[in-house]
Design a protein around this ligand. Structure first.
Ligand code: SF4
Length: 323
Protein backbone atom coordinates (compact mmCIF):
# COMPACT_ATOMS: atom_id res chain seq x y z
CA UNK A 1 0.00 0.00 0.00
CA UNK A 2 1.32 3.43 -0.96
CA UNK A 3 2.31 6.01 1.62
CA UNK A 4 0.54 9.34 1.17
CA UNK A 5 1.38 12.64 2.81
CA UNK A 6 -1.41 14.71 4.36
CA UNK A 7 -2.13 17.67 2.06
CA UNK A 8 -2.98 21.00 3.65
CA UNK A 9 -6.12 22.48 2.08
CA UNK A 10 -7.73 25.86 2.71
CA UNK A 11 -11.49 25.39 2.41
CA UNK A 12 -14.44 27.80 2.32
CA UNK A 13 -15.83 27.43 5.82
CA UNK A 14 -19.47 27.22 4.68
CA UNK A 15 -18.63 23.87 3.02
CA UNK A 16 -19.30 21.52 5.95
CA UNK A 17 -17.41 23.52 8.57
CA UNK A 18 -19.96 26.01 9.86
CA UNK A 19 -23.24 27.87 9.25
CA UNK A 20 -21.52 31.02 8.03
CA UNK A 21 -23.39 31.80 4.80
CA UNK A 22 -25.27 35.08 4.42
CA UNK A 23 -28.49 33.22 5.32
CA UNK A 24 -26.97 31.45 8.32
CA UNK A 25 -26.69 28.08 6.60
CA UNK A 26 -23.87 25.61 5.94
CA UNK A 27 -23.58 23.54 2.78
CA UNK A 28 -23.13 19.77 2.93
CA UNK A 29 -20.42 18.63 0.53
CA UNK A 30 -19.56 15.01 -0.26
CA UNK A 31 -16.03 15.71 -1.49
CA UNK A 32 -15.17 17.58 1.72
CA UNK A 33 -16.67 14.75 3.78
CA UNK A 34 -14.61 12.11 1.97
CA UNK A 35 -11.42 14.16 2.04
CA UNK A 36 -11.67 14.95 5.73
CA UNK A 37 -9.85 11.76 6.76
CA UNK A 38 -7.00 12.32 4.31
CA UNK A 39 -6.23 16.03 4.37
CA UNK A 40 -5.71 18.76 6.94
CA UNK A 41 -8.42 21.33 6.28
CA UNK A 42 -8.01 25.00 7.16
CA UNK A 43 -11.55 26.44 7.06
CA UNK A 44 -11.93 30.18 6.53
CA UNK A 45 -14.88 32.45 5.85
CA UNK A 46 -13.46 35.73 4.54
CA UNK A 47 -16.79 37.55 4.84
CA UNK A 48 -17.06 36.70 8.54
CA UNK A 49 -13.36 37.50 9.03
CA UNK A 50 -13.89 41.07 7.80
CA UNK A 51 -16.67 41.55 10.34
CA UNK A 52 -19.85 40.88 8.38
CA UNK A 53 -22.40 39.20 10.65
CA UNK A 54 -24.38 35.98 10.30
CA UNK A 55 -26.95 36.31 8.83
CA UNK A 56 -26.01 39.35 6.74
CA UNK A 57 -27.26 41.39 3.83
CA UNK A 58 -26.08 40.01 0.51
CA UNK A 59 -22.96 41.37 -1.13
CA UNK A 60 -22.15 41.40 -4.84
CA UNK A 61 -19.54 42.39 -7.38
CA UNK A 62 -20.28 45.59 -9.25
CA UNK A 63 -18.47 46.68 -12.39
CA UNK A 64 -16.02 49.61 -12.10
CA UNK A 65 -13.22 51.12 -14.15
CA UNK A 66 -10.35 49.48 -12.21
CA UNK A 67 -11.99 46.11 -11.67
CA UNK A 68 -15.13 44.92 -9.90
CA UNK A 69 -15.97 46.33 -6.47
CA UNK A 70 -17.35 44.22 -3.64
CA UNK A 71 -20.40 46.06 -2.32
CA UNK A 72 -23.33 45.50 0.03
CA UNK A 73 -26.30 47.24 -1.64
CA UNK A 74 -28.52 47.34 1.49
CA UNK A 75 -25.91 49.29 3.52
CA UNK A 76 -24.17 50.95 0.54
CA UNK A 77 -20.84 49.74 1.95
CA UNK A 78 -17.89 49.20 -0.38
CA UNK A 79 -15.96 46.28 1.12
CA UNK A 80 -13.30 45.95 -1.59
CA UNK A 81 -10.26 47.33 0.25
CA UNK A 82 -11.20 45.60 3.52
CA UNK A 83 -11.52 42.24 1.76
CA UNK A 84 -8.29 42.62 -0.21
CA UNK A 85 -6.39 43.66 2.95
CA UNK A 86 -7.72 40.69 4.92
CA UNK A 87 -7.02 38.24 2.09
CA UNK A 88 -3.44 39.35 1.51
CA UNK A 89 -2.67 39.17 5.23
CA UNK A 90 -4.29 35.75 5.50
CA UNK A 91 -2.48 34.33 2.47
CA UNK A 92 0.83 35.79 3.73
CA UNK A 93 0.32 33.93 7.00
CA UNK A 94 0.13 30.53 5.29
CA UNK A 95 3.43 28.68 5.36
CA UNK A 96 2.69 25.20 4.00
CA UNK A 97 -0.38 24.84 1.81
CA UNK A 98 -1.10 22.46 -1.06
CA UNK A 99 -4.55 23.39 -2.27
CA UNK A 100 -7.76 25.40 -1.98
CA UNK A 101 -11.32 24.11 -2.15
CA UNK A 102 -13.65 27.06 -2.56
CA UNK A 103 -17.40 27.67 -2.73
CA UNK A 104 -18.47 28.43 -6.27
CA UNK A 105 -20.40 31.49 -7.46
CA UNK A 106 -19.75 33.46 -4.26
CA UNK A 107 -18.63 37.08 -4.85
CA UNK A 108 -15.84 36.28 -2.40
CA UNK A 109 -14.84 32.62 -2.91
CA UNK A 110 -16.13 31.76 -6.40
CA UNK A 111 -13.77 31.09 -9.30
CA UNK A 112 -14.39 32.46 -12.80
CA UNK A 113 -18.18 32.09 -12.63
CA UNK A 114 -19.12 34.97 -10.32
CA UNK A 115 -21.71 37.45 -11.59
CA UNK A 116 -20.67 41.06 -12.03
CA UNK A 117 -23.57 43.57 -12.01
CA UNK A 118 -23.58 46.90 -13.80
CA UNK A 119 -24.81 48.75 -10.69
CA UNK A 120 -25.15 47.82 -7.03
CA UNK A 121 -28.95 48.21 -7.04
CA UNK A 122 -29.45 46.78 -10.51
CA UNK A 123 -29.93 43.10 -11.29
CA UNK A 124 -28.34 43.22 -14.73
CA UNK A 125 -25.36 40.85 -15.02
CA UNK A 126 -22.80 42.07 -17.54
CA UNK A 127 -19.99 39.51 -17.13
CA UNK A 128 -18.51 36.85 -14.88
CA UNK A 129 -15.22 36.77 -13.02
CA UNK A 130 -13.41 35.52 -9.89
CA UNK A 131 -14.59 36.41 -6.40
CA UNK A 132 -12.29 38.82 -4.55
CA UNK A 133 -10.74 36.23 -2.19
CA UNK A 134 -10.42 33.68 -5.01
CA UNK A 135 -8.68 36.20 -7.27
CA UNK A 136 -5.98 36.83 -4.66
CA UNK A 137 -5.62 33.07 -4.11
CA UNK A 138 -5.12 32.51 -7.84
CA UNK A 139 -2.67 35.41 -8.11
CA UNK A 140 -0.61 34.17 -5.16
CA UNK A 141 -0.91 30.38 -5.33
CA UNK A 142 -2.06 29.78 -8.91
CA UNK A 143 0.08 26.66 -9.36
CA UNK A 144 -1.47 24.73 -6.46
CA UNK A 145 -4.53 22.47 -6.58
CA UNK A 146 -7.38 25.00 -6.62
CA UNK A 147 -11.01 24.15 -7.34
CA UNK A 148 -14.56 25.09 -6.52
CA UNK A 149 -16.81 22.48 -5.03
CA UNK A 150 -19.30 22.42 -7.93
CA UNK A 151 -16.71 21.48 -10.56
CA UNK A 152 -15.54 18.52 -8.48
CA UNK A 153 -18.76 16.70 -9.39
CA UNK A 154 -17.10 16.17 -12.77
CA UNK A 155 -15.05 12.95 -12.76
CA UNK A 156 -12.10 14.24 -14.85
CA UNK A 157 -11.76 17.49 -12.90
CA UNK A 158 -12.00 15.64 -9.58
CA UNK A 159 -9.32 13.12 -10.67
CA UNK A 160 -7.07 15.97 -11.73
CA UNK A 161 -7.63 17.93 -8.51
CA UNK A 162 -6.90 14.94 -6.26
CA UNK A 163 -3.88 13.83 -8.31
CA UNK A 164 -2.43 17.32 -8.23
CA UNK A 165 -3.18 17.81 -4.54
CA UNK A 166 -1.43 14.64 -3.37
CA UNK A 167 1.47 15.11 -5.81
CA UNK A 168 2.11 18.65 -4.61
CA UNK A 169 1.89 17.54 -0.97
CA UNK A 170 4.43 14.81 -1.68
CA UNK A 171 6.71 17.28 -3.45
CA UNK A 172 6.48 19.62 -0.43
CA UNK A 173 7.72 16.80 1.80
CA UNK A 174 10.73 16.19 -0.42
CA UNK A 175 11.45 19.91 -0.66
CA UNK A 176 11.33 20.31 3.12
CA UNK A 177 13.94 17.53 3.45
CA UNK A 178 16.42 19.66 1.50
CA UNK A 179 17.96 16.50 -0.04
CA UNK A 180 18.53 16.21 -3.77
CA UNK A 181 18.36 12.40 -3.57
CA UNK A 182 14.73 12.72 -2.40
CA UNK A 183 13.90 14.82 -5.45
CA UNK A 184 15.54 12.26 -7.74
CA UNK A 185 13.43 9.47 -6.20
CA UNK A 186 10.29 11.62 -6.42
CA UNK A 187 10.92 12.25 -10.10
CA UNK A 188 11.63 8.59 -10.82
CA UNK A 189 8.50 7.37 -9.00
CA UNK A 190 6.30 9.88 -10.82
CA UNK A 191 7.76 9.26 -14.28
CA UNK A 192 4.68 7.75 -15.90
CA UNK A 193 2.24 10.06 -14.14
CA UNK A 194 4.18 13.07 -15.40
CA UNK A 195 4.50 11.53 -18.86
CA UNK A 196 0.70 11.37 -19.00
CA UNK A 197 0.55 15.09 -18.26
CA UNK A 198 3.32 16.58 -20.41
CA UNK A 199 6.15 14.39 -21.81
CA UNK A 200 8.16 17.43 -22.87
CA UNK A 201 8.11 19.01 -19.41
CA UNK A 202 8.89 15.61 -17.86
CA UNK A 203 12.20 15.65 -19.74
CA UNK A 204 13.01 19.18 -18.61
CA UNK A 205 12.32 18.16 -15.01
CA UNK A 206 14.63 15.16 -15.42
CA UNK A 207 17.42 17.45 -16.57
CA UNK A 208 16.90 19.63 -13.51
CA UNK A 209 17.31 16.65 -11.17
CA UNK A 210 20.58 15.75 -12.95
CA UNK A 211 21.83 19.20 -11.85
CA UNK A 212 24.61 19.42 -14.44
CA UNK A 213 25.25 23.06 -13.45
CA UNK A 214 25.82 22.13 -9.78
CA UNK A 215 23.18 24.59 -8.60
CA UNK A 216 22.43 24.86 -4.87
CA UNK A 217 19.79 22.27 -3.91
CA UNK A 218 17.12 24.87 -2.92
CA UNK A 219 17.50 26.44 -6.38
CA UNK A 220 17.01 23.05 -8.04
CA UNK A 221 13.88 22.48 -5.95
CA UNK A 222 12.49 25.92 -6.85
CA UNK A 223 13.07 25.43 -10.57
CA UNK A 224 11.60 21.93 -10.41
CA UNK A 225 8.55 23.25 -8.52
CA UNK A 226 7.84 25.79 -11.27
CA UNK A 227 7.98 23.03 -13.87
CA UNK A 228 5.78 20.77 -11.78
CA UNK A 229 3.09 23.43 -11.61
CA UNK A 230 3.36 24.06 -15.34
CA UNK A 231 3.10 20.32 -15.96
CA UNK A 232 -0.05 19.91 -13.87
CA UNK A 233 -1.82 23.08 -14.97
CA UNK A 234 -4.48 21.10 -16.86
CA UNK A 235 -5.79 17.52 -16.77
CA UNK A 236 -3.86 14.91 -18.77
CA UNK A 237 -5.33 14.24 -22.22
CA UNK A 238 -6.83 10.76 -22.91
CA UNK A 239 -4.39 10.20 -25.81
CA UNK A 240 -1.49 10.82 -23.41
CA UNK A 241 -2.84 8.09 -21.13
CA UNK A 242 -2.95 5.76 -24.13
CA UNK A 243 0.71 6.50 -24.88
CA UNK A 244 1.74 5.88 -21.27
CA UNK A 245 -0.20 2.61 -21.13
CA UNK A 246 1.56 1.47 -24.31
CA UNK A 247 4.93 2.32 -22.72
CA UNK A 248 4.11 0.27 -19.62
CA UNK A 249 2.71 -2.56 -21.75
CA UNK A 250 6.14 -2.69 -23.43
CA UNK A 251 7.64 -4.03 -20.16
CA UNK A 252 5.59 -7.22 -20.45
CA UNK A 253 5.41 -7.91 -24.17
CA UNK A 254 7.90 -10.78 -24.08
CA UNK A 255 6.20 -12.47 -21.15
CA UNK A 256 2.60 -12.41 -22.37
CA UNK A 257 0.67 -14.83 -24.54
CA UNK A 258 -0.88 -13.67 -27.79
CA UNK A 259 -4.35 -13.81 -26.24
CA UNK A 260 -3.29 -11.66 -23.30
CA UNK A 261 -1.77 -9.05 -25.60
CA UNK A 262 -4.87 -8.98 -27.81
CA UNK A 263 -7.11 -8.63 -24.77
CA UNK A 264 -5.09 -5.71 -23.43
CA UNK A 265 -4.93 -3.87 -26.76
CA UNK A 266 -8.66 -4.36 -27.19
CA UNK A 267 -9.31 -2.80 -23.76
CA UNK A 268 -6.96 0.07 -24.58
CA UNK A 269 -8.84 0.68 -27.83
CA UNK A 270 -12.11 0.68 -25.90
CA UNK A 271 -10.67 3.27 -23.53
CA UNK A 272 -9.70 5.40 -26.55
CA UNK A 273 -13.27 5.10 -27.79
CA UNK A 274 -14.57 6.13 -24.34
CA UNK A 275 -16.28 2.78 -23.78
CA UNK A 276 -14.34 1.78 -20.63
CA UNK A 277 -12.63 3.93 -17.96
CA UNK A 278 -8.86 4.25 -17.69
CA UNK A 279 -9.01 2.31 -14.42
CA UNK A 280 -9.95 -0.85 -16.37
CA UNK A 281 -6.75 -0.64 -18.42
CA UNK A 282 -4.61 0.28 -15.42
CA UNK A 283 -5.96 -2.67 -13.42
CA UNK A 284 -4.59 -5.05 -16.08
CA UNK A 285 -1.20 -3.35 -16.14
CA UNK A 286 -1.00 -3.28 -12.36
CA UNK A 287 -1.82 -7.00 -12.15
CA UNK A 288 1.03 -7.75 -14.56
CA UNK A 289 3.35 -5.46 -12.59
CA UNK A 290 2.72 -7.63 -9.53
CA UNK A 291 2.76 -10.95 -11.40
CA UNK A 292 6.12 -10.24 -13.05
CA UNK A 293 7.47 -8.44 -9.98
CA UNK A 294 8.39 -5.34 -12.00
CA UNK A 295 9.98 -3.34 -9.18
CA UNK A 296 10.33 -0.03 -11.02
CA UNK A 297 6.69 -0.08 -12.09
CA UNK A 298 5.57 -1.08 -8.60
CA UNK A 299 6.86 2.27 -7.37
CA UNK A 300 5.00 4.27 -10.01
CA UNK A 301 2.43 6.69 -8.59
CA UNK A 302 0.59 6.50 -11.92
CA UNK A 303 -1.28 3.42 -10.67
CA UNK A 304 -2.47 5.17 -7.53
CA UNK A 305 -1.87 8.94 -7.58
CA UNK A 306 -4.13 9.50 -4.55
CA UNK A 307 -5.67 7.18 -1.91
CA UNK A 308 -7.94 4.53 -3.43
CA UNK A 309 -10.60 5.30 -0.82
CA UNK A 310 -11.14 8.64 -2.57
CA UNK A 311 -11.88 7.09 -5.96
CA UNK A 312 -15.47 7.78 -6.87
CA UNK A 313 -16.68 7.12 -10.37
CA UNK A 314 -19.79 9.31 -10.35
CA UNK A 315 -19.75 12.09 -12.92
CA UNK A 316 -21.99 15.09 -13.38
CA UNK A 317 -20.96 15.17 -17.03
CA UNK A 318 -20.49 18.92 -16.59
CA UNK A 319 -17.29 20.84 -16.25
CA UNK A 320 -15.03 23.15 -18.14
CA UNK A 321 -11.40 24.18 -18.10
CA UNK A 322 -10.72 27.61 -16.62
CA UNK A 323 -8.38 28.52 -19.44
S1 SF4 B 1 -18.57 31.36 0.15
FE1 SF4 B 1 -16.77 32.06 1.28
S2 SF4 B 1 -17.35 34.05 2.09
FE2 SF4 B 1 -19.23 33.03 1.45
S3 SF4 B 1 -19.99 32.01 3.29
FE3 SF4 B 1 -18.72 30.55 2.20
S4 SF4 B 1 -16.72 30.79 3.10
FE4 SF4 B 1 -17.87 32.57 3.67
Amino acid sequence: MRYFPTPIVVVSKCLEFGPVRYNGEAIPDKVVQRLDEFVEFMPVCPEVEIGLGIPRDVIRLVDAENGPRLVQPATEKDLTETMVRFTRGYLDSLSDVDGFLLKGRSPTCGIADVKVYNQSDNAQVIKKTDGLFAKEVLDTFGGLAIEEEGRLKNFTLREHFLTKLFTIASFREQKNSGQLSRLIDFHSNNKYLFMAYQPKILKEMGQLTANHDSLPVPTVYNKYEQKLMELMANPAAPQSHVNVCQHIFGYFKKELSGDEKRYFLDELRQYEEEKVPLSTVLAILKAWTIRFDQKYLKRQTYFEPYPLELVEISDSGKGRAYT
